[in-house]
Write a protein that binds this ligand. Structure first.
Ligand SMILES: [Zn+2]
Length: 159
């Protein structure tokens, strides 16, 4: 049995919430799924912008996504399943296997954002590994990382 509070999440914020109430940037457990052997898949929202206010451009989302992909694979190789874009262009979906600790996830996220700031190129930007390899900007990804890092003390304030 999973105790989300023990994992560091505010129980009232788990699940789907009224998007008009959401503050951002935030890190929020959306759901978890337990398998018959006791393994758990966690779905975490990395919300960047408040819904229905401002939207990320396709270029900044794309480069930031590449960094998140590289970073979660680097820091959580046993746990990382996937990262995906929110179609509303306000954040990202993170899926993890057997890692649902809020403090751990936030500290890895912070490491990844700091890595973005010191990076000299966006990972996987080549015609073999990306489906739109010209649509990238290191500068935009770094601006976004800076903005999200500056809001770190509010990441857990979801509503
Ligand atoms: Zn790509």
């Amino acid at each position: 049995m999973i105790n989300v509070e023990q994992l560091g999440w505010e129980p009232a914020t788990v699940g789907e919430l009224d998007h008009r109430l959401l503050k951002a940037p935030h890190v929020k457990l959306r759901s978890f799924t337990t398998g018959p052997a006791g393994d758990v898949v966690y779905a975490v929202d990395l919300r960047i912008n408040e819904p229905n206010v401002t939207f990320l451009s396709s270029t900044e989302m794309h480069s930031y996504e590449h960094f998140l992909l590289a970073g979660f694979q680097k820091y959580l190789p046993q746990n990382f399943i996937s990262i995906g874009l929110m179609g509303c262009q306000t954040g990202f979906y993170l899926t993890l296997f057997n890692e649902g600790n809020a403090g751990k996830i936030c500290s890895v996220y912070e490491n990844i954002l700091n890595d973005i700031l010191s990076a000299s190129e966006v990972p996987y930007v080549n015609i073999m590994q990306c489906g739109n390899y010209k649509n990238h900007s290191l500068e935009l990804a770094q601006q976004l990382a800076r903005r999200v890092l500056d809001a770190k003390s509010n990441w857990r304030k979801v509503v």
